[in-house]
Design a protein around this ligand. Structure first.
Ligand SMILES: Cc1cc2nc3c(=O)[nH]c(=O)nc-3n(C[C@H](O)[C@H](O)[C@H](O)COP(=O)(O)OP(=O)(O)OC[C@H]3O[C@@H](n4cnc5c(N)ncnc54)[C@H](O)[C@@H]3O)c2cc1C
Length: 255
């Protein structure tokens, strides 16, 4: 489905008959994938995108969660905590899941489009959805972890971050709250080839960790990887920190 159509849906514009047909087809396609995931009993994660197309995505994911997450989470939505409104949205989503009697699937990320979001807001002369600084984003991320663990009976959480402190906090909260490490509602996730020291240590300590492996046609995957690489250069010291750890290990092994 075209991005333009998502934008129109978000604005609540009247759709033409052709657009209605396109929307119906996209919805059927999504329903088909969710149905198949449920038959195979594999979890399906739906990424979060730019703020100007996110609302219709959220609405569809909510609908799918209500349908398939009755006894466990099959469908997951993504919450971008760099957005000022998403901690509240997570609270509302937990309440909605409780009221409607399903398990909320929640992948927690900080968010990948800081520059793009700020530029869009500037160009359209609207306030940006992005926190004014990294600290506020970190606080909301960490508070969202607390919120999910406090509601672990109703939320299946994926802690998707390369931030060492957030991962450490999550591991500590799990222990402090007396939740079992391998609880079926908890998993950690880092990108394949990144944050290996986090993934392997968490896994060795008994937590469930998934590596996120981009898979697809080269023309689609390479731009994705370039975006992730660019993102990492803007992440304060993260890549250099990982490089330093590798160098330290090489010298420890006297290679
Ligand atoms: C498994 C996995 C799945 C992911 N899926 C998605 C997805 O569906 N959608 C998506 O958007 N992203 C997704 N991401 C990317 C993610 O949102 C982050 O961009 C990336 O992980 C870096 O954040 P961090 O928490 O790992 O690390 P950190 O180094 O702690 O944080 C960097 C992040 O902080 C935020 N930030 C930086 N500066 C500021 C500032 N001045 N103000 C406010 N916030 C700031 C940005 O979000 C930046 O990416 C995914 C990441 C992983 C590991």
């Amino acid at each position: 489905m075209s991005i333009d159509l998502f934008e129109k849906m978000q604005r609540g514009d009247l759709l033409t008959a052709k657009e209605e047909a396109e929307k119906r087809k996209a919805k059927e396609y999504i329903e088909g994938i969710c149905k198949e995931a449920n038959i195979c009993q594999v979890q399906l994660y739906i990424d979060a995108e730019e703020s100007w197309i996110q609302d219709p995505i959220d609405n569809w994911v909510d609908e799918m969660m209500e349908k398939y997450n009755k006894s466990k989470a099959i469908i997951f939505n993504t919450f971008q905590l760099y957005r000022i409104d998403k901690l509240q949205y997570l609270k509302d989503s937990i309440e909605l899941a409780k009221t409607k009697g399903y398990i909320l699937g929640a992948k927690l990320v900080r968010g990948a489009y800081v520059e793009k979001e700020n530029k869009y807001a500037k160009d359209h002369q609207i306030p940006s959805f992005i926190h004014i600084n990294k600290q506020n984003c970190d606080d909301d991320y960490n508070n969202s972890l607390r919120l999910c663990f406090e509601n672990i009976a109703h939320v299946s959480i994926c802690c998707a971050t390369h931030n060492e402190l957030s991962n450490k906090l999550a591991a500590e909260l799990i222990m402090k709250m007396g939740i079992e490490k391998g609880h079926p509602h908890i998993c950690f996730s880092q990108l394949y080839g990144m944050g290996e020291h986090i993934s392997y240590n968490l896994s060795n300590a008994g937590y469930t960790v998934a590596k996120y492996l981009p898979y697809g046609p080269v023309k689609d995957v390479i731009p994705y990887l370039i975006r992730r690489a660019q993102e990492n250069t803007s992440v304060e010291g993260q890549t250099s920190r990982e490089l330093m750890l590798i160098k330290k290990e090489i010298s420890r092994r006297k290679i």
